[in-house]
Design a protein. Structure first.
Length: 160
């Protein structure tokens, strides 16, 4: 069987039929060990050791992940944390949404975002906020289809 996290896998896998059973679940300890492989689709140059170190720091501050499991594999993920902003009050911040290429177009990203929205409502959040890379037009279109409104520009200044 091929490695589901191999991004160089045979493109014929992209024509798989929709999965028959997909479960959106909160990550358990074992799932967090798969996170670097999924995250590498977003930031392939970031060393695994750095991802693991940052993940532990983020988890200590309340960051959590959910994922979509299909056929026994974690094939999509989204990270989130609850924040309070002056401009909006309680908000759920979403980051690192990724779906394995061979599982895209099967509604997994939408299922993750529906879970996020339900969780935000359950925890008293009045908004969901997120960022998308300026060059990632596919992600921007995805979020806009789900009703997200681009309201600002995220600025970054590297200090190292």
């Amino acid at each position: 069987m091929s490695d589901p996290y191999d991004t160089d896998a045979d493109d014929s896998l992209a024509n798989l039929p929709p999965p028959t059973a997909v479960a959106v679940v909160a990550f358990d300890e074992q799932d967090y060990q798969v996170l670097p492989r999924l995250f590498s689709l977003l930031e392939p140059a970031l060393p695994v050791a750095t991802v693991l170190e940052r993940m532990q720091l983020m988890r200590a501050e309340g960051w959590r992940c959910i994922g979509a499991q299909a056929e026994g594999n974690m094939v999509a993920m989204a990270g989130y944390s609850r924040r309070v902003h002056l401009f909006s009050g309680p908000a759920l911040y979403v980051e690192n949404v990724v779906v394995l290429p061979t599982w895209r177009t099967h509604g997994l990203g939408q299922a993750l975002m529906q879970w996020i929205e339900a969780h935000a409502r359950e925890t008293g959040c009045t908004k969901i906020t997120l960022d998308a890379y300026a060059v990632n037009l596919g992600a921007q279109a995805f979020y806009q289809r789900l009703g997200y409104d681009p309201r600002g520009v995220h600025f970054v200044k590297d200090l190292a």
